[in-house]
Design a binder for this molecule. Structure first.
Ligand code: HEC
Length: 143
């Protein structure tokens, strides 16, 4: 779509560069279409002027400076077949399936293990004198 916004977007409208009366940067714009009718038809997106223009089969050939490359065109067609979902509507184009086994590896789903707190096997080497005194729960506070 970035190939199109230059001439078909609200931005282009602001700068008076809008072409064909067509706004492609919103779903409303796509459904409303341009001078020759809706760019996409709700329910049957492939019937709008958009796909025809992209395929260069018809009077309007878009983008004007050359047909989109095969893979990009195929993406467009796929998108139109899906009903032209618009991520800006909050509709996800592709929902990643949840990987349950992978998710179970997350640390909080691991069974509890007996943890050995540091220092419980005895005072840390080289710290004998100070650590036992200051960390002993039985030592009386001098107050
Ligand atoms: C350089 C400017 C420019 C770019 C970039 C451009 N267009 Fe257009 N577009 C036009 C012009 C000008 C018209 C009117 C053409 C006509 O009526 O012959 C038009 C018309 C259209 C129409 C028909 C609108 C109608 O109802 O008449 C469609 C659909 C369309 N463009 C889709 C696209 C798509 C999709 C892209 C991107 C892949 C694109 N355009 C890129 C200039 C542009």
């Amino acid at each position: 779509m970035q190939h199109c916004y230059q001439c078909h977007s609200a931005e282009a409208q602001k700068t008076k560069k809008l072409r064909g009366g067509l706004l492609l940067d919103s779903r409303a714009g796509l459904l409303k279409g341009g001078d020759s009718g809706p760019a996409i038809v709700a329910g049957k997106p492939a019937e709008g002027s958009l796909l025809k223009a992209l395929r260069h089969d018809g009077e309007v050939k878009m983008p004007p400076r050359g047909k989109l490359s095969g893979p990009i065109l195929a993406d467009f067609e796929q998108w139109l077949k899906l009903g032209a979902p618009d991520p800006r509507d909050g509709v996800l184009v592709a929902v990643k399936p949840v990987d349950i086994p992978e998710g179970k590896k997350f640390w909080s789903f691991q069974p509890l293990r007996k943890a050995t707190p540091p220092g419980s096997e005895g005072p840390a080497p080289g710290r004998e004198t100070t650590s036992t005194a200051s960390f002993s729960p039985h030592s009386k506070r001098a107050d």
